[in-house]
Structures are given as structure tokens and as C-alpha cells.
Design a protein around this ligand. Sequence first.
Ligand code: SME
Length: 157
Amino acid sequence: MEKAQLYQEVLNELSEFFSHYQNLSDIAIMTTISSVIHMKFPQLVFVGFYITREANAVKYLEVGPYQGKVLACAKIDIGNGVCGTSAQRKQTIVVEDVNRFETYIACDCASKSEIVVPVLHNDEVTSVLDIDSDVLGYFTEVDKEWLERIISSFLTN
Ligand code: SME
């Protein structure tokens, strides 16, 4: 089945699921999104969120709900790794080969390519969606478009 079709199923399943609930917390929404995406694509080794936190007036990313086989690192500085770079630039980042991304942070050695999509509220990055694949060059514009659509449908206001 084509990727676009699978993403359409993800969007439909999430819409249907969330229609049964009112006022779900962001954590519940992030958990459900991670789970549905992870179940749909066997090529994904990690699907999860990092949430923006602040300590002593310095922002950083802290691990949030995720699906994967290894423990994800718990803290990432803004500007570091693919996640921190996406949070800093407020842009989706597609990495064809993680070994070629200068500040890449390795959590799972099975990971070969990665996409990170920022979640914005009032132009502030409140979290990022991080997805890793064990296939080199797995992510394309198709993933970027659909994931941004999923995020804007359920997590941004
Ligand atoms: N690779 C990420 C770190 C998080 S793990 O992939 C779960 C990065 O470079 O930001």
C-alpha cells in the first residue's frame, strides 16, 4: 500500500478515536498519535515526542510519550541533534542518512534515517514529533506533508 494511503488511514483512525473523547490532554493525544503511526509503518523503529521544558530560563527538550525498542535519551539541548535543530529552526527536518547529520544524537543504532516535525503554539515550539526508520532515506516530502497535517489536525491551535 502507498504511503499516502497509510497516512490517510492514520488520520482517519485518529479522528475517529478522538471523536469519542473531549478535552484530552496533550500527553494523551501524543501517546495515541505515536502508537497509531508506529503500528501502521513496520519500517519505523522509533516514534515519539520531545516536549519543551525550561529550567533557569533555559529551554530544552525532555522525552515525552514514545514507541520504540530502546530507551530514548531523556534530554536534548535546543540546537542539538535533529530534534533540537528542528525546535530551534521551527521547521521540519528530513535526514536521509543520520550519519551525515553533524550533531546527530544516536539512541538506537538501528536508526538510519529520521524526520522531526515541530509542534507550534503561538509561534512557540511546545514539542517535536521525532520518527526514526531503519531504512536509509525512508522519509520524503510525502511524510513531511502528512505528518505536518496530522500534527496541525490534533495538536496545534
Ligand atoms: N536522533 C535524535 C535523538 C532522539 S532519538 O532518535 C530517539 C536527535 O538527533 O535529535
